[in-house]
Design a protein around this ligand. Structure first.
Ligand code: FPP
Ligand code: MG
Length: 257
């Protein structure tokens, strides 16, 4: 159910971002146009909700509907704040928590709930999902400005083109001396993704590494949440998942900062 909602959200996201590739294939909007893609995203979401009503407790579909509402809220705030050079870093964290971490959190929470885990474990897992979701989105935002499309299998650079104020950009803006800040602001407003990526590559190592550190901190906190659970193979798998995301982030670290 969560995966279907995730897919629906990506179908709509690719329309908003005008993305052409996802998972190594043309996006639905590239292939069928925006109109059909909106409807397909809606259908995937409706199907997921229908499946969620098959559980005995209405709490399951309630949690899923609320999480989806939060995902949409995150996207709405992000869209409203496009090209906002004054956006606070705390707001960025709020957006990624809503648009990405919520789905990780509800997946982890409901897995525990459906297995009748004690309340404290449900909360620990929910928090784990929330932290790991934020860590993953920070990784995703870093590769949008620095990754290779061939490797990522999806369209990159769209955050810069669309004026999404992601962490590497916000850090770069904060660190830039005033004369550079002016030029950078101009490039952001023009959506000149190539020039901004070049700036990040040349003088932006610090901003980039600060973003990676923030992601690593989220992964570390998530890992701490699950270490409170009983030692089982499942817990080891969750720890390995957190370590995996941390390793992905670390692999992006730049020298010279
Ligand atoms: C990826 O962001 C997108 C999201 C995390 C959420 C998108 C949600 C919506 C568009 C709301 C619609 C929701 C439903 C359920 C129909 P990204 O662009 O940073 O990631 P990307 O690099 O993978 O494109
Ligand atoms: Mg996108």
């Amino acid at each position: 159910i969560i995966e279907l909602i995730h897919l629906a959200s990506l179908v709509h996201d690719d329309i908003l971002d005008e993305a052409e590739r996802r998972r190594g294939l043309p996006t639905l909007n590239a292939r069928w146009g925006n109109g059909l893609s909106v409807l397909l995203g809606d259908s995937l979401f409706a199907h997921a909700l229908e499946l969620s009503t098959r559980f005995e407790s209405a709490n399951i579909s309630r949690a899923i509907a609320r999480a989806t509402r939060d995902v949409c809220t995150g996207e709405i705030i992000q869209t409203q704040r496009r090209f906002d050079l004054q956006m606070a870093i705390e707001e960025y964290f709020r957006v990624i928590e809503l648009k990405t971490a919520t789905l990780f959190a509800v997946a982890a929470e409901l897995g525990a709930t459906l297995n009748d885990a004690p309340r404290a474990q449900v909360e620990a897992l929910k928090e784990f999902g929330r932290r790991l979701g934020s860590a993953y989105q920070i990784y995703d935002d870093c590769i949008d400005v620095s990754g290779r499309e061939q490797l990522a299998g999806k369209t990159l650079g769209s955050d810069l083109r669309k004026g999404k104020m992601t962490l590497p950009m916000l850090r770069l803006l904060r660190n830039a001396p005033s004369i550079e800040k002016e030029r950078l602001s101009q490039l952001i407003l023009e959506g000149d993704s190539a020039a901004i990526a070049a700036l990040l590559a040349s003088g932006g190592a610090l901003a980039f590494n600060e973003s990676i550190d923030a992601g690593l901190e989220c992964a570390r906190m998530g890992k701490a949440d699950v270490t409170t659970l009983p030692p089982t193979r499942a817990r080891e798998a969750l720890i390995a998942f957190a370590d995996g995301i941390a390793a992905m982030l670390d692999s992006l670290r730049r020298r010279g900062a």
